[in-house]
Design a protein around this ligand. Structure first.
Ligand SMILES: Cc1ncc(COP(=O)(O)O)c(C=O)c1O
Length: 602
């Protein structure tokens, strides 16, 4: 339960409080003169694939991400690409010693990089890319239907078994079934590729074969050493774990084992959990914290504990699917505002307060605004200052998901508040995960002591989930000590600096090549637009053939024409590795014609 009562303030701009309707916290507001007709106010929904293609092309050809008006269920698809080619990779094999204490790279000459807080890097998709992408999907769909038709006619198809038995409705939705069989399976080798090494700056990937055109994948004995541009190993703990964390983590296995076999509420809390929670709270600048065994579960079980029927969630359109899942499960009404746009938030919030609940027009019990520190699919940094101003002005609550920003942003890695110069007191619920910067797993929620105490017994993640492994608690605890310099070294500071340098260098070079690069400087997530469905697989496979493990993302995780490769940079990458990766990417940029910022046709 959010317990802090905030005062809703009047809008200096004149469209605000005056008699008649009561606000969230019992304050009086004038009802909006016109009903809430803001086009941005819409319930959370999945992307409309049924929209007219021409209207869609028009919209996307002037695509301004800051004008996106729909909620995207941001399902992300991590992958590394594969190739059956056994040609030797262009990057030399990983030596066991290479994972020990890799040097942190420093890149000169970045002082002049544009400040991330200056927004306005809208990247319109070119007409050619939009039309050729739709054409590509149309051809794939047409051929899929033709193959299905002849398969049924002649009874010869490896997918006939997926038809339901007579009298049964299909278990999977028709379109999803078709999409999986006829589009996804063609390039399935680009995802879910198994690895057999730590996810450091380099990674060992297991090659697979398929006896049936990618319907099933079989592991081979072959492996490939790759430069890793796909894992969220932001601070490089996967690279130097042996020296930075191992000695502190290993004894926990002897005393507490890997699992406590119980939920936090029961017998699942150890000293390691309590110590970690104390350190997390101190790190993020809050009174208390609660740790969960899963980042996704942190959002999906905390949100329903905080808000419910009669409450309103205002969610950024690009929020992660765990936020979408938690919001839906909560039973609260969900409305969205334009991605990372404080002005849109203000409009939606003012309308919501003025209009009250649908039908009854009674005031909302609570209004919770939900944003992310860095948007995982966009690489964009939250305009937290602007959001906080609006939230304070109207007396709503603010929930910030720091999955990608904690550890990675700010001089001491304290995340988006430090980076944006916002007092952590102005954020009511600080959520984050341990999967990215800390070389662990799980998540946390930090806030007022009273709220955290409440969550301990109200959130399903605390009451019904098995608790976070004590070994992972220790890992995250040690990583935090390193980041905070409490291990007596400057390793943490050097890691944070190296991550920023590497990210900005990579981004600057990709922009120089003429790619459409999304996101902000200082963000370790660097999406490079591919657009065409054929380029998704081609980029992934060609990169893999050259010793580069990358993540590619397409529909339904992105709008259908906005497929991309999402490069994740790490402090564990050396300068030479970044340069070699850039050389390979430049080759691919030429091969696949990805210079969309320089030429309409790439
Ligand atoms: C913004 C955001 N929140 C939550 C999560 C879920 O975290 P985890 O993968 O640790 O479960 C993710 C995953 O990447 C994310 O990007």
């Amino acid at each position: 339960m959010l317990t802090r009562g905030k005062k809703a303030k009047s809008d200096g701009g004149g469209a605000a409080p005056s008699p008649s309707t009561t606000s969230t916290n019992g304050h009086k507001f004038r009802r909006a003169s016109s009903s809430s007709s803001d086009a941005t106010v819409a319930p959370v929904k999945t992307p409309k694939s049924s929209r007219s293609p021409f209207a869609e092309i028009k919209r996307l050809s002037s695509f301004r991400r800051s004008k996106a008006s729909e909620a995207e269920p941001a399902v992300e698809t991590a992958s590394t690409s594969s190739s059956s080619s056994s040609s030797s990779p262009s990057i030399s094999p990983l030596s066991p010693l290479a994972v020990l204490d890799r040097p942190f790279s420093t890149v000169e000459g970045l002082e002049d990089h544009p400040m991330s807080y200056e927004r306005g890097h809208e990247i319109p998709i070119t007409w050619f890319a939009a039309i050729s992408t739709y054409f590509g999907y149309a051809v794939l769909i047409l051929f899929g239907h033709i193959r299905d038709f002849f398969g049924r006619l002649f009874g010869v198809s490896r997918y006939l078994a997926t038809q339901p038995p007579p009298g049964y409705a299909p278990l999977l939705k028709d379109w999803e079934n078709f999409y999986t069989r006829r589009l996804y399976h063609r390039i399935r080798d680009c995802w879910e590729r198994p690895v057999c090494s730590a996810p450091g700056g380099r990674i060992t990937v297991v090659e697979r074969d398929s006896p049936d055109g990618n319907k099933t994948m079989v592991l081979t004995e072959r492996t490939r050493e790759c430069m890793n541009l796909g894992s969220y190993n932001y601070l490089g703990f996967a690279d130097d774990w042996q020296t930075s964390c191992k000695a502190e983590v290993m004894p926990t296995l002897d005393t507490l084992n890997s699992c406590l076999c119980s939920a936090r509420m029961d017998l699942g809390t150890s000293k390691a959990h309590v110590e970690l929670e104390e350190l997390v709270a101190r790190y993020v600048g809050k009174e208390a914290a609660l740790v969960y065994n899963m980042g996704f579960g942190t959002n999906s079980t905390t949100i329903p504990a905080l808000v419910g029927k009669g409450s309103l969630i205002l969610s950024d359109t690009m929020n992660h699917s765990s936020i979408v899942a938690g919001s839906r499960a909560s039973g609260a009404m969900v409305r969205t505002f334009v991605h990372n746009n404080a002005k849109s938030l203000e409009r939606v919030l003012r309308d919501a307060i003025a209009g009250g609940m649908p039908r009854t027009r009674r005031p909302w019990k609570k209004i919770l605004v939900m944003v992310e520190g860095i948007y995982s699919m966009e690489g964009e940094i939250c305009d937290l200052k602007g959001i906080v101003e609006v939230v304070k002005k109207f007396g709503a609550y603010l929930y910030v998901d720091e999955a990608h920003s904690i550890g990675a942003l700010g001089e001491t890695g304290r995340g988006i508040c430090e980076y944006a110069g916002v007092d952590p007191k102005d954020v009511d619920v600080m959520m984050g995960t341990f999967t990215k910067s800390f070389g662990g797993m799980g998540g946390y929620v930090a806030g007022d002591r009273k709220m955290i105490q409440y969550l301990r017994r109200a959130s399903a993640g605390s009451m019904y989930h098995n608790s976070l492994s004590p070994v992972v608690c220790k890992q995250v605890h040690q990583a935090l000590r390193v980041i905070m310099g409490e291990d007596g070294t400057m390793t943490g500071r050097r890691k944070i600096e190296a991550l920023r340098n590497n990210s900005n260098h990579m981004r600057r070079e990709l922009v120089r090549m003429g790619c459409h690069v999304y996101g902000d400087y200082d963000s370790p997530i660097i999406p490079v637009m591919l657009y065409n469905p054929t380029k998704i697989a081609a980029f992934s496979r060609e990169a893999f053939a050259r010793g580069l493990a990358v993540v590619v993302v397409g529909f339904p995780a992105t709008p259908i024409v906005l497929s991309r490769t999402r490069i994740c940079v790490s402090a564990g990458h050396t300068r030479e590795e970044i340069e070699r990766a850039l050389n390979v990417i430049e080759e691919l940029v030429d091969l696949l014609r990805l210079r969309y910022a320089k030429r309409a046709m790439g």
